[in-house]
Design a protein around this ligand. Structure first.
Ligand code: GLV
Length: 329
């Protein structure tokens, strides 16, 4: 019986109940620990496997996807820019992600960065720890109000909408930009107004980015966009690092042509632009927007369930290239 179990590769550790589910149903191969596996190693690992459970550090390109017998690549993330989905479709490999699970957790964190950057929470912490705090002062660490401010949301999918929902509690005016307009019902419910990117950037006090990384969104925010922003504005990025031109952002923060930034993602993770590390008006988080115990565990479980469905020839719940499954039938 055991030799009929599908072979599944786990490229990096995941949280329970993911590993238990995999061990019960598959012949599990766990890759040796390293942050970024070379493509050649991923290709070798895929040999003889029907499924792979991958993470955003794994570059899954045609070289990996063309491995004979591979049926599914299941990413433990909502973003899937690390996987060449058109190549997967050409190779007849199913690709899945974990949507809908991390929206609240990520929206919460975008708000945490927004508030920390706007109200200088980390600078305050550093100030105390350095022994500089000698008592209340009227002009100490002045930031900018969140209540009543204008929030610009770039990318109005599930997470962008989650941020809009939170902004209502702060009495914010919310603008959004997205190539797909939300329905009038959603706009009315969330009290949001659609704007083009230029208008949003020039009117917003806080700008929060929630677009996927594609060739169109790479460096969506660079010098011309930063120049449109108010000198009092705060930029928050919890999407993907390359959506923001880090060199341009560091220059704007240094010259204080914008007030502050809150970042969870970077252009070349785990590297962070050294200019950013020198600046006090940026809050830096290590890609943890979805990192709550519950959410990361649910992401792990969902990715495993997607993978198990794929290796069994069933339709995985979160299929990104349904045409592959439909053609097989
Ligand atoms: C994390 O960045 C994700 O895409 O889930």
């Amino acid at each position: 019986m055991s030799n009929s179990r599908p072979v599944v590769v786990l490229t990096h550790p995941i949280l329970e109940p993911g590993p238990t589910l995999l061990k019960e149903a598959t012949e599990l191969r766990v890759m040796a620990s390293q942050y970024r596996h070379p493509v050649e190693l991923l290709r070798k690992a895929a040999e003889g496997a029907q499924g792979m459970v991958t993470q955003l550090m794994d570059t899954i390109n045609e070289e990996v996807l063309s491995t004979p017998g591979l049926k599914i690549v299941s990413n433990v993330a909502v973003g899937f820019d690390n996987i060449d989905v058109p190549a997967a479709t050409r190779c007849g490999v199913l690709v899945t992600n974990t949507p809908g699970i991390l929206d609240d957790t990520t929206s919460d964190f975008a708000f945490a960065l927004l508030m920390a950057a706007g109200r200088r929470v980390l600078e305050g912490d550093g100030f105390i720890r350095s022994g500089a705090f000698k008592g209340w002062a009227i002009d100490m660490l002045l930031g900018h109000d969140i209540s009543g401010a204008t929030l610009g949301i770039v990318g109005f999918g599930r997470i962008g909408r989650g941020v809009a929902r939170r902004a209502r509690g702060f009495g914010m005016r919310v603008l959004y930009c997205d190539e797909m307009p939300a329905t009038p019902e959603v706009e009315a419910e969330l009290e949001v107004t659609r704007a083009d990117l230029e208008t949003l950037l020039s009117e917003a006090d806080f700008v929060s980015i929630h677009v996927p990384l594609t060739e169109t969104t790479r460096h969506l925010v660079s010098t011309p966009q930063l120049e449109r922003m108010k000198s009092t504005a705060v930029l928050v990025n919890t999407s993907r690092g390359p959506v923001v031109d880090e060199v341009a952002l560091a220059a704007a923060l240094k010259a204080q042509t914008i007030f502050a930034a809150g970042l969870d993602v970077y252009e070349r993770e785990p590297e962070v632009n050294p200019e950013l590390l020198q600046l006090e008006n940026v809050v830096l988080a290590p890609h943890i927007a979805s990192a709550s115990v519950r959410t990361r565990s649910r992401m792990s479980e969902t990715a495993v369930l997607n993978c198990l469905a794929g290796v069994r020839g069933e339709r995985p719940p979160n299929l990104l290239n349904p045409e592959v499954f439909d053609q097989r039938r």
